[in-house]
Design a protein around this ligand. Structure first.
Ligand code: COA
Length: 154
């Protein structure tokens, strides 16, 4: 199966992103947050469509010196097909285009799939925020790992 390219999403993609969040996440991001991101020049949403459906997207923000990955989400049935890797490539290109020094992100400490992906992408661990997220099983809290990757050395 060929991997479709990631493209920049605009305001017309709002309903598609809301739907992808709804079907894929325990705590989906909601329309107002996504709408303002789609309208902001310092935020970029990149998406992959297959057969007219949005099946994966990433959201990256421009900060004064760095860029931050806000979201990376692949529809459950489309996982392990290299779509996150394709999005990470597009995110990195976007951050380099902004001349960002580093790409930053936060991830649930128990999210092994994402942490493996980020490590493979050259991210290192900078620290941890204790009890940052509500836990996915509804009981208690989960730490956030803070990770980053320099963009200037390569
Ligand atoms: C994490 C996520 C984005 C990965 O998407 P994906 O399209 O399945 O990832 P890819 O197919 O591009 O995989 C790239 C690499 O990531 C790692 N990886 C991805 N899923 C993995 C899993 N379930 N277990 C272990 N490693 C995994 C592997 O190193 C993989 O390379 P490989 O397939 O050659 O072994 C996806 O599982 C997802 O959307 N999860 C829910 C949302 C989420 O956790 N987002 C990150 C929040 S910070």
């Amino acid at each position: 199966m060929t991997t479709p390219e990631a493209r920049v999403l605009d305001a017309d993609a709002l309903a598609d992103v809301v739907e992808l969040e709804r079907v894929s996440q325990r705590f989906p991001l909601e329309a107002p947050r996504l709408k303002s991101a789609l309208a902001d020049n310092n935020e970029h949403l990149l998406g992959i469509y297959r057969n007219g459906r949005l099946i994966a997207y990433a959201h990256v923000s421009r900060l004064p010196f760095d860029a931050e990955l806000q979201s990376l989400l692949v529809a459950p049935r489309a996982r392990r097909q290299g779509l996150a890797a394709t999005l990470m490539q597009a995110v990195e290109a976007r951050a380099r285009g902004w001349n960002s020094e580093r790409l930053l992100l936060e991830v649930r400490a128990g999210n092994e799939a994402a942490i493996r992906l980020y490590r493979r992408w050259g991210f290192g661990e900078d620290g941890r925020r204790r009890d940052y997220y509500p836990s996915l099983d509804g009981a208690g809290r989960e730490d956030a790992l803070l990770m980053s990757r320099g963009l200037r050395q390569a």
